[in-house]
Ligand binder design. Structure first.
Ligand code: FMN
Length: 259
């Protein structure tokens, strides 16, 4: 049977993407998913502390208590030398007065990006509480000693993974990884103080921290802390309302944002 132009058009959806059963199944599954359709906690920004850190600690503990799987994982966004964005998942190692801590290989893609553009953003999403936190700011690499101490405080598996190195390089075969991993595990067990040269601890010093509390009626609460001396994106000032605290207690300005 000869296909007409109309048949060819029918085989594409309005966006010009070819129709297929797999595509339809995926879309149906996607549309069946729900967000914020459960009872979520209320968040009163008026009761928020002057500094974002204690609120982050509290929300983290509440995410753990609510059974949020792996609440210590986060998204790290960086940009390359041309400004093209990049993103991946990482573990949070600590959050203290210096900032949000993580670790990776300085020779990895993110490590190279951070070396040329020492700025990043972090994102946490704790669905069990309908909450998200985002943090932006400059990133500093710790000394080799501090990076080594960070690694030694972790598991043998973490040390073995760090010893394998070569993160983000092209892997020619699974056998190459198996061999390198075997040797790294053996060394990590034998030498718990072994140094992984490229393993680097980083700290992101927060210039902005935003707390997002999802709401079933989509009346989400967004509270942004920004350093009093931080220049935020255009339009930020027009978002301020009566509840905004511009007194800059502890050097932080607190503002509500339209959801
Ligand atoms: C749950 C989870 C936790 C991870 N934690 C780390 C981490 O702490 N450090 C790290 O270098 N990579 C970690 N990774 C791997 C990164 O997502 C990423 O694949 C790797 O760091 C290479 O990223 P890059 O090519 O952008 O440098 C983790 C991956 C997942 C899924």
């Amino acid at each position: 049977m000869t296909r007409t132009n109309d048949d060819a058009r029918d085989a594409r959806d309005p966006g010009g993407v070819p129709r297929s059963d797999d595509q339809e199944t995926f879309r149906a599954l996607l549309r069946a998913q729900r967000v914020w359709d459960t009872a979520l906690p209320a968040f009163d920004p008026a009761s928020a502390p002057a500094d974002p850190l204690p609120l982050f600690h509290r929300w983290f503990a509440e995410a753990v208590a609510a059974g949020q799987p792996e609440p210590h994982t986060m998204t790290l966004a960086t940009a390359d030398e041309t400004g093209r964005p990049d993103v991946r998942t990482l573990m949070l190692h600590d959050a203290d007065a210096r900032g949000w801590h993580f670790a990776s290989h300085a020779t990895s893609r993110k490590g190279r990006q951070l070396a040329v553009r020492p700025e990043a953003a972090l994102g946490f999403y704790w669905a069990a509480r309908g909450r998200a936190v985002r943090v932006r700011g400059p990133v500093r690499a710790a000394s080799a000693e501090a990076s080594g101490a960070d690694l030694r405080a972790r598991s043998t598996g973490a040390l073995a993974a760090a010893l394998v190195g070569r993160q983000s390089e092209v892997l020619d075969s699974a056998a190459d990884l198996a061999r390198a991993s075997e040797a790294a595990w053996e060394r990590a067990r034998r030498e718990p103080d072994a140094e992984a040269a490229s393993w680097t601890a980083y700290v992101l010093a927060p210039a902005e921290v935003e707390f997002f509390q999802g709401d079933e009626r989509r009346r989400h609460v967004r509270l942004r802390y920004r350093r009093a001396d931080t220049d935020t994106s255009a339009g930020a000032r027009t978002d301020t309302g009566a509840d905004t605290d511009t007194s800059a207690a502890d050097g932080w300005v607190r503002e509500l944002l339209w959801p």
